[in-house]
Design a protein around this ligand. Structure first.
Ligand SMILES: Cc1cc2nc3c(=O)[nH]c(=O)nc-3n(C[C@H](O)[C@H](O)[C@H](O)COP(=O)(O)O)c2cc1C
Length: 210
């Protein structure tokens, strides 16, 4: 699959190429290449806005490039969860230092189904599943000991059989914009943006000034 990437990039940046390029397919190939070069290539900045429109950002891990978009998992009662409840739109940013490539994504956010969340939760290490119960993510914590006491409590309560907490689940960003950016000499970078008005439409491709 990877050997197709140079040809795909060539088409991406070739103004004379009039055929379709699937931005999902392109993203997947960029991510595979980045993963060969970097330890956590699936780390992405997630930007949300609070109810007053004040932006917020933090890093989360892309866990699935699903058919409908880009999925991450979190505590739905966290600050990001509250912000997404108030305003279910988000932007994602990937930067792969080793390639000097960037991908930017914007779209509406939907929750994953309980079935999907359960299936992913089961694949997580025991400690992470306990942590999902123990961490009241984004809330004030007086001491680290308080957290460790909660970990011990849930370890005793659940043993090896840790159910998914109702407040731990996934969100998928359904993109209406995906931009691919490649570093160029003298800041003359290549930028190609794919846009569509809604998720039922096909993509339009546009080169942008750097
Ligand atoms: C490399 C990296 C990966 C992370 N992955 C996640 C993740 O997948 N889910 C998550 O909830 N927090 C993740 N975090 C922690 C978040 O950046 C953030 O601290 C946490 O989710 C609380 O954010 P909030 O208060 O804005 O909700 C990660 C942090 C780093 C540095």
């Amino acid at each position: 699959m990877q050997s197709e990437l140079p040809a795909l990039n060539e088409q991406l940046f070739d103004h004379n190429f009039k055929g379709d390029i699937d931005p999902y397919e392109l993203f997947d190939k960029w991510l595979v290449l980045a993963s060969e070069k970097e330890p956590i290539a699936n780390a992405m900045s997630l930007a949300t806005a609070d109810k007053d429109g004040l932006p917020d950002t933090r890093i989360v891990l892309l866990k699935e490039r699903a058919d409908n978009g880009f999925t991450f998992y979190t505590n739905t009662q966290s600050v990001k969860g509250d912000e997404l409840a108030a305003n279910p739109k988000a932007a994602l940013g990937f930067f792969w230092k080793s390639l000097n490539w960037q991908v930017r994504i914007r779209g509406n956010v939907v929750s994953v189904s309980d079935e999907v969340a359960n299936a992913y939760y089961k694949t997580r290490p025991l400690g992470s599943r306990i942590g999902a119960h123990a961490s009241d993510q984004s809330r004030p914590l007086e001491t680290k000991q308080e957290l460790m006491d909660r970990v011990a409590k849930y370890e005793t309560q659940f043993g090896e059989d840790v159910p998914r907490p109702a407040h731990w689940s996934g969100y998928t960003i359904e993109p209406i914009e995906i931009e691919f950016w490649c570093d160029g000499e003298f800041r003359l970078h290549d930028r190609i943006r794919f846009t569509r008005e809604n998720t039922n439409q096909s993509w339009t491709r546009q080169r942008l000034f750097p």
